[in-house]
Design a protein around this ligand. Structure first.
Ligand code: TYD
Ligand code: MG
Length: 459
């Protein structure tokens, strides 16, 4: 048995070992084990749930269906229509991205005479929070601020105030006396969050927990909390961009494919509601340099147009370079293989760089055709036809496969003035009543290459 009364936990995948290891046998990460003392009392138990014993499902009182809405549409939408009382929501993001700003704003919007909000800051004094609030123009009568890092004290304050919403900024600064490790260590973070989540369920209060994510990828932070909370949101942005994207990674009470777009202004975060052309260059409808293609993509209930940019150039490396930003690297390699085999193009001596403009990430297969055409267009140094949008999944055989919501995608692009659409042949009959657009059905990659660039080649 473990005489030293400590164990070592991989901070990447939670693998537990009784000895320190240089490399995790589970996930392969190096130098990732963190020592944790094993508590004499054993792991904490969720004994405080009201239904700890088996209970007939029909006799259980469910969660309140009345979600609280903050009035910030982008935020409510990504939670699935508002905040579910009694839920635990984790908001992760790099330091400085705007987590405190967002939650102070949300806290103020959720506060009312019947619904007090307690904002607990372990990083800023009440004076600093006040300064931020004045900058944001917040003046709520029902928003309490507390500078506290002691979990037991926070729980006491919650008992006294009975708030309906609690915001913990940030979980890395909190510590509980019941656990003898330093604040910010994985075991403290995990235990403090678990404790808060139990409290949320017992008292039906909503608890927001802010967690810092390091540049290297979430080590010792939100990743180890994802399974404890009900909802996980990540706040992201491109470097130096004023725009912020709030992404749902897990949601027990809604869809996980939603994104919310905000812009950071000098007086706080603004919602960006008209997102359709958000990621496009101003000149996307007029100019079309070689190596670019436009595709309407759908994330959750949101649709917007993205511009795929490709640069293909002769390589002087033995193994040519492939760089993919905003799409999966393996997907790019697969599409290049299809272009080589089915389209007769050669990339073995070419470097390929691919980027989705605007810093957005796309994972939908519907973007395959646009990626394929952008790469081919750059290789041939021939732009696609003006105002062309390409929609379709590319199969390994080179077939262009149907995608979901085709008509909605086309309508979205048509609103912005795009007139010509390359789409899977089998989808043609599904699109009706769209005046002033030219629909070109394509069956195979070869077909798409020809139809997408035909006039320009002849010109
Ligand atoms: P903050 O919410 O403190 O980030 P986090 O809590 O994620 O660490 O936001 C910090 C940045 O946001 C800071 O660099 C300044 C900027 N900011 C604005 O541009 N406008 C504002 O109104 C506020 C409050 C912050
Ligand atoms: Mg902060």
């Amino acid at each position: 048995m473990n005489k030293g009364k400590s164990r070592f936990i991989c901070q990447n995948c939670q693998h537990i070992s009784l000895n320190w290891l240089g490399r995790c046998p589970e996930c392969g990460e190096w130098d990732i084990f963190h020592e944790e003392k094993i508590s004499k009392r054993g792991p904490s138990r969720d004994s405080n749930f009201s239904y700890a014993n088996p209970t007939l499902l029909k006799e259980i009182n469910g969660y309140s269906q009345n979600r609280h809405t903050s009035g910030m549409k982008e935020f409510d939408r990504i939670l699935g229509g508002g905040v579910v009382p009694g839920s635990g929501i984790l908001i992760g993001g790099e330091p400085g991205i705007g987590k405190s700003t967002l939650l102070l704003e949300i806290g103020s919007r959720l506060s009312s005479s019947k619904s007090l909000v307690l904002y607990v800051s372990g990083e800023e004094s009440p004076g600093q929070s006040k300064l931020r609030a004045s900058r944001l123009g917040i003046d709520s009568d029902y928003l309490y601020v507390s500078s506290q890092t002691d979990l037991e004290e926070i729980i006491h304050q919650i008992g006294e105030l009975s708030p309906k919403t609690v915001i913990i900024d940030s979980i890395q600064t909190m510590h509980s006396e019941n656990h003898n490790s330093v604040a910010g260590s994985p075991s403290q973070i995990r235990e403090c969050t678990a404790h808060l989540m139990r409290l949320a369920k017992q008292k039906e209060i909503t608890i927001f927990v802010i967690g810092h994510v390091t540049k290297e990828g979430a080590i010792a932070g939100p990743k180890i909390l994802e399974h404890i909370v009900d909802t996980v949101l990540y706040f992201e942005s491109e470097r130096n961009s004023q725009y912020r994207i709030l992404r749902t990674v897990k949601n027990r009470f809604g869809s996980t494919s939603e994104i919310g777009i905000f812009s950071m202004e000098k007086d706080g975060l603004r919602e960006v509601t008209d997102s359709s052309k958000f990621f496009l260059r101003d000149s996307s409808t007029d100019e079309n340099p070689s190596g670019t293609a436009i595709v309407p993509t759908i994330e959750g209930t949101r649709s917007f147009l993205v511009e795929v940019e490709a640069l293909v150039g002769a390589s002087n490396l033995a193994v040519p370079r492939r760089i993919a930003q905003g799409i999966d690297y393996n997907r790019l390699c697969l599409l290049l293989a299809v272009l080589e085999k089915r389209g007769g193009l050669r990339f073995f001596d070419q470097d390929v760089y691919l980027n989705i403009a605007g810093g957005v990430k796309v994972s939908e297969p519907a973007c395959d055709l646009a990626i394929t055409l952008a790469v081919a267009s750059s290789l041939k140094n021939t732009p696609l036809l003006r105002q062309t949008v390409a929609i379709g999944e590319v199969g390994l055989t080179g077939e262009i496969k149907p995608v979901s919501f085709i008509e909605r995608r086309i309508r979205e692009a048509a609103k912005l003035g795009f007139r010509r659409y390359l789409l899977p042949y089998r989808e043609l009959r599904k699109v009706t009543n769209l005046p002033k657009v030219e629909l070109i059905g394509v069956k195979r990659v070869e077909d798409a290459l020809e139809k997408g660039m035909k006039e320009n080649i002849n010109a």
